[in-house]
Design a binder for this molecule. Structure first.
Ligand code: CTP
Ligand code: MG
Length: 399
């Protein structure tokens, strides 16, 4: 028999909500994503992380179901798991979990069961980042353009560089979290998450990068997304990398100056197109979408999306990376070949590779350029042709 040392970290998995917005017949935690429930998927992730006490907070009347899911997920770690009954609000449910902590626990993570596909690595990363004084949350940059409104009017734009979207698990030093919860109970205040409650008690909270897979299943559309992700994972099991190819051609004849490979080329003739005509960016978008099986550039950025009229290539690339991330893919690398008489590309190759790589969140991009021996439309100098090949990988890559 293997003896597991008594852990000093506990993970409270709150699963006691009713799932009003999901609108299913049973509490959200017990709804099937595939043949496994939301709670079972969440617990699969929790028990795949480093050993910790696992406290499952179940809806009243469903403690036995939660226990069954816990035993199925825990394997030989079932002695680390315990089920308690939740409360009216999420905050009361967390408080119920806190009362079940073992004496040796010094770090507490609070995790939404509804974030069922959270990678175990995110759980470990949060646990590792907690200090004796400060909490930590996983968070993602905000992608959408945000506005502050009052009634039907837009008051101002909100600078999204100052904002992140919070996820779970959120980790805290045990003693300060317990004191913070006691203070919240005494004041009667309700907080939207544990980080807000902890910060209201005067303690600092840091953030680390979260994962697109840690999204919360709230609405039926979220449940669909989780189902698609699991289906895609299974279809390509074991999770194989996937390649895609994209080509694009534009004629010279646009307004202004040339934009190519994410760079402006002063003095060079512009390419025509709905956007800035950056054929390199467009070919890469098609290669990436094709690799992930997510359609093509016309579908996501075509003339039915007027917001992209005149947009530069980096906007397309950053958005494409987000579309892939939402579907559970990371970008491995991209290789591009450009056919054109001009501009003379080699002198700015490195600069272009850096610009495109930055727009793709640091994924490797390499570009070669060639002329076509005066043959064809590129040889006659009528336009530019590009071929791109992309490799994408299911899951999250460290970059
Ligand atoms: N939660 C809980 N106890 C509550 C309310 C919520 O343990 N009284 C848990 C949920 O089970 C979920 C997490 O907190 O895992 C995040 O809450 P949310 O997504 O809002 O879930 P529900 O409250 O169940 O959904 P809804 O708000 O749509 O009713
Ligand atoms: Mg709720």
């Amino acid at each position: 028999m293997t003896l597991i040392p008594v852990p000093t970290t506990a993970i409270i998995v709150v699963a006691a909500g009713s799932g009003t917005r999901l609108g299913a017949a049973a509490p959200k935690a017990f709804i099937g994503i595939d043949e496994r429930s939301v709670l079972r998927h969440a617990l699969d992730g929790v028990f795949a992380a480093s050993p910790a006490q696992v406290i499952i907070v179940a809806p009243a009347g469903h403690e036995g179901d939660a226990e069954t899911e816990m035993r199925a997920a825990a394997g030989d770690r079932a002695n680390l798991g315990i089920v308690v009954t939740g409360g009216e609000t999420r905050q009361q449910s967390v408080a119920a979990g806190l009362r079940a902590l073992w004496g040796d626990i010094t770090t507490v993570l609070v995790h939404d069961a509804a974030r069922a596909l959270t990678p175990p690595a995110q759980i470990d990363a949060v646990a590792d980042a907690v200090t004796a004084e400060s909490g930590v949350i996983p968070a993602l940059p905000v992608i959408n353009t945000l506005k502050r409104v009052a009634g039907g009017d837009i008051i101002e734009a909100v600078d999204r560089s100052e904002l992140v979207a919070a996820q779970t698990p959120q980790g805290f030093p045990r003693s300060l979290l317990e004191v913070s919860y006691a203070a919240a109970r005494d004041s009667g205040a309700e907080y939207t998450d544990d980080a807000a409650l902890f910060a209201a008690a005067g303690h600092p909270v840091a953030h680390i990068r979260g994962s697109e897979l840690a999204f919360k299943i709230t609405t039926p559309a979220d449940l669909d997304r989780a189902r698609q992700l699991l289906k895609r994972g299974r279809a390509s099991a074991p999770l194989l990398p996937r390649v895609g190819v994209g080509t694009d051609v534009h004629a010279y004849g646009g307004d202004g100056e040339l934009w190519l490979a994410g760079l402006q080329w002063p003095g060079e003739p512009a390419l025509s197109g709905h956007s800035d005509g950056d054929v390199v960016a467009h070919a890469i978008v098609d290669a990436l979408l094709g690799a992930a099986g997510l359609g093509d550039i016309g579908e996501h950025f075509g003339t039915s999306h007027p917001e992209y009229a005149g947009a530069h290539g980096d906007v397309f690339l950053t958005r494409t990376r987000q579309i892939l991330a939402d579907a559970g893919f990371s970008i491995g690398n991209v290789s591009v070949q450009l056919q054109a008489n001009r501009p003379r590309f080699t002198a700015r190759r490195a600069e272009a590779e850096v610009a495109l790589s930055a727009a793709l969140g640091g994924a490797s991009v390499s570009i070669s350029a060639t002329t076509t021996d005066r043959l064809g439309f590129t040889g006659r100098g009528e336009g530019v042709a590009v071929t791109a090949v992309a490799l994408v990988v299911p899951g999250t890559l460290e970059q």
